[in-house]
Design a binder for this molecule. Structure first.
Ligand SMILES: [Zn+2]
Length: 219
């Protein structure tokens, strides 16, 4: 006596392709530009149906997103700070706190994001306040590692202003660590670059760290 097996549902989505005109428009030439075409390759490689509606414009969107997220390569640093450097006799510490940044880690092309605190001790020159977040953005919108980004921001300000000292502290949340592997979702990475008096003078460094609430950080 054989048990009656339920018949499997005999509906295959591909059987209905005959009703879809839009499939005719999709060919191997459905991309232009290297990022678009590479994205199409990735979608195929992970086994996706690149002709389904939700993915039709994905290669274009990804190309646009990468152009935006890596726009920092194309910023002219001289133009960026042009006519925003002023001669003044101000010799107290200038601090810009909690500058948001969004970057891409160069090891996984996944985002890392967080805040940057920047300080410098002027030596006759100051930079327009709004320019410091732009400098951060210029270095964040590239493929990066947080340690190098921290150094690059500090070095750039050092060369532009020749101040007595520059300090940069970056706190970042890395999606490559949060989403995969060890899944340390809340682990933040903190990096710092201390130049000039921030490196040589304990009192200057302590004042800065106190201002950004990290007096016990041990930098
Ligand atoms: Zn990574």
């Amino acid at each position: 006596m054989s048990k009656r097996q339920p018949r499997p549902l005999a509906v295959r989505p591909s059987d209905f392709d005959v009703f879809r005109n839009d499939l005719l428009d999709v060919s191997d030439e459905a991309c232009s530009g290297e990022i678009e075409c590479a994205t199409l390759d990735i979608l195929r490689a992970i086994g996706e149906d690149v002709t389904r509606e939700g993915l039709l414009d994905t290669p274009k969107r990804v190309a646009r997103a990468y152009a935006e997220l890596t726009a920092g390569y194309h910023v002219d640093p001289v133009h960026l700070i042009n006519d925003a450097i002023f001669d003044v006799n101000y010799d107290e510490m200038v601090i810009v706190r909690d500058i948001d940044f969004y970057s891409l880690c160069e090891h996984h092309l996944l985002p890392f994001l967080g805040q940057v605190d920047v300080a410098y001790l002027p030596n006759g020159k100051v930079i327009g306040l709004s320019k410091i977040p732009r400098v951060v953005e210029m270095f964040a919108r590239r493929l990066q590692v947080q340690e190098r980004m921290t150094q690059e921001i500090a070095q750039f300000l050092d060369e532009a202003l020749h101040p007595l000292g520059v300090a940069v502290v970056v706190e970042g949340l890395h999606m490559c660590a949060a989403m995969r592997g060890v899944k340390k979702a809340n682990a933040r990475m903190v990096t710092s670059a201390m130049l000039g008096t921030f490196k040589t003078k304990m009192a200057t460094r302590s004042e800065f760290l106190r201002h950004i609430g990290r007096e016990h950080a041990g930098f």
